[in-house]
Ligand binder design. Structure first.
Ligand code: UGA
Length: 475
């Protein structure tokens, strides 16, 4: 068992909360700080606040023992050796990152320093943030030999956050101080030595004792850039395949076949080549904009990123055209919408392309019955139900008497619909799939008109037969 380190994690959002319980799982003593008293009370009471696999179990095991929750940052600072800053870094009006929460935390830490501490940027921040944190701390009275600031970006995905944290592809530690880097290396020893994976109760994933994750030591600036560049590159991959999908639609080719053909090239790889209605969530849209803005400020021409954003915005508009192409006019049409979350396995709707498409459909005068396994509550807060929008409890209720069914989020549940029940529920057997969850041939065989992304439209086999029948007679 590695040595237990006293850690404070500031911020109890996706990254902060997951990091806090995972550090506890790795054997460390953790204090998780949030200035929202309501959240802290809920966490102390065992509520998880976010929909995330393994989180309830870990919180139950370590809550109020190895992970304590508090609003008192000064006390947490004094009681810890390493402080991870995992507060929100929202987007400001011009695409820049708003770092005011990070600065406020740094200032308060500075005022509470009682011994040497390592301050760790865990939130996604632009290059040079490390220097700003150091400066802000020094201005608030922190002696320069009492702290180091390192960058340790996080690469977890919502929905699989705990497994991603404990089974990372890599751990990046950006530090210009050997002392601080050594402490970070100690924190991750249970993972990098593979010891964690030998435990009978370890959460399973792709790492194991023979293949533990590598820890990459870099300069602080490189680590900051690695995070932005990784997210921007993944977003680029998605926009690229979406643009290829549009090309496939124009030529009657099949983007799924093209993506498979590309992905088998190990230099390209198959992941993040799933076409759809565009990327969303709290990270990609914000991080692409922030990275573009950093480049602009440094006088670097990185217009490629603007194109990535442009394709992503267009993708939703193209989906709307697809709906129109199937239904002709939209005013007064009844639509079943499956999916509100920005992707499957999460209740998060931030920057969700699904929610944006629902808004556009409502603006066009459609009436919608929407279902999502986890995100209805959050969506209701921004789009309350009313005469044109109902939230329902399952897929078939949504489909009842609808002119078409739209699939907007890639929940597994939506890939397993019973075609017969669906067809009985719908007024017209039309499915418009923004996530390519079905095989077009199977759908047409089941009597559906099926439109998807980057693939030729599929029509019911009976329709095709009736189209070919007259020519057969004329022979
Ligand atoms: C993303 C990154 O994948 C994480 O590595 C990173 O740590 C995280 O942002 C972050 O910066 O905190 P996340 O936002 O949870 O994670 O979601 P992803 O699974 O990456 O999906 C993002 C969006 O891209 C979703 O809307 C998803 O539907 C879409 N997507 C993803 C596609 O359209 N096609 C794909 O092939 C993959």
């Amino acid at each position: 068992m590695g040595k237990s380190i006293r850690i404070a994690v500031v911020g109890s959002g996706y990254v902060g909360l997951v990091a806090a319980v995972c550090f506890a799982e790795m054997g460390h003593e953790v204090i998780c700080v949030d200035n929202d008293e309501r959240k802290v009370r809920a966490l102390q009471g065992g509520e998880t606040l976010i929909h995330e696999n393994f989180l309830p179990g870990l919180l139950h095991r370590y809550g109020n023992t190895r992970v304590r929750f508090t609003t008192d940052l000064s006390d947490a600072t004094r009681s810890s050796d390493v402080i991870f800053i995992a507060v929100g870094t929202p987007q400001s009006g011009n695409g820049d990152t708003d770092l005011s929460y990070v600065e406020a935390v740094a200032c308060e830490i500075a005022r509470s320093l009682n011994s040497y501490k390592v301050i760790v940027e865990k939130s996604t921040v632009p290059v040079y943030t490390n220097e700003w944190i150091s400066r802000a701390m020094a201005r608030n009275g922190a002696a320069r030999d009492l702290f180091d600031v390192v960058s340790n970006p996080e690469f977890l995905r919502e929905g699989t956050a705990v497994a991603d944290f404990l089974h990372p592809d890599r751990i990046v530690v950006g530090s210009d101080s050997g002392r601080a880097a050594g402490i970070l290396e100690d924190i991750y020893l249970p993972l990098t030595t593979g010891e964690y994976y030998t435990r009978a109760d370890a959460i399973s994933g792709h790492c194991n004792v023979d293949q533990p994750p590598p820890l990459l030591l870099t300069s602080t600036k490189s680590a900051e850039i690695i995070k932005h560049a990784s997210n921007a590159f993944l977003a680029l991959k998605i926009s690229f395949i979406n643009a290829v999908g549009n090309l496939c639609e124009a030529t009657n080719a099949d983007v799924e076949q093209v993506a498979r053909g590309m992905g088998l090239d190990r230099r390209i790889g198959p992941r993040f080549l799933r076409p759809g209605i565009g990327y969303g969530g709290s990270c990609f849209p914000k991080d692409v904009a922030a990275f573009r803005s950093v480049a602009e400020q440094l006088g670097i021409d990185f217009n490629l990123l603007s194109e990535v954003e442009k394709i992503n915005v267009l993708q939703k508009k193209r989906f709307m055209s697809k709906v129109r192409s199937a239904l002709w006019t939209l005013r007064g049409k009844r639509l079943a919408v499956l999916g509100l979350a920005f992707k499957g396995e999460t209740d998060d709707i931030r920057e969700s392309p699904a929610v944006e498409i629902v808004r556009m459909l409502l603006a066009e005068g459609c009436s919608i019955a929407a279902y999502d396994p986890a995100a209805i509550k959050r969506t209701e807060e921004v789009l309350p139900s009313g005469p044109s929008l109902r939230y329902v409890e399952d897929c078939y209720t949504a489909a009842k008497d609808a002119d078409a069914l739209l699939i907007l989020t890639d929940w597994q549940e939506f890939a397993e619909l019973d075609p017969e029940r669906l067809s009985q529920a719908l007024r017209h057997p039309i499915v418009i799939d923004g996530r390519n969850l079905y095989d077009p041939q199977v759908m047409s065989g089941n009597g559906f008109t099926y439109l998807s992304i980057g693939r030729p439209p599929a029509h019911p086999v009976s329709d095709l037969a009736s189209i070919s029948a007259p020519s057969a007679r004329s022979n």
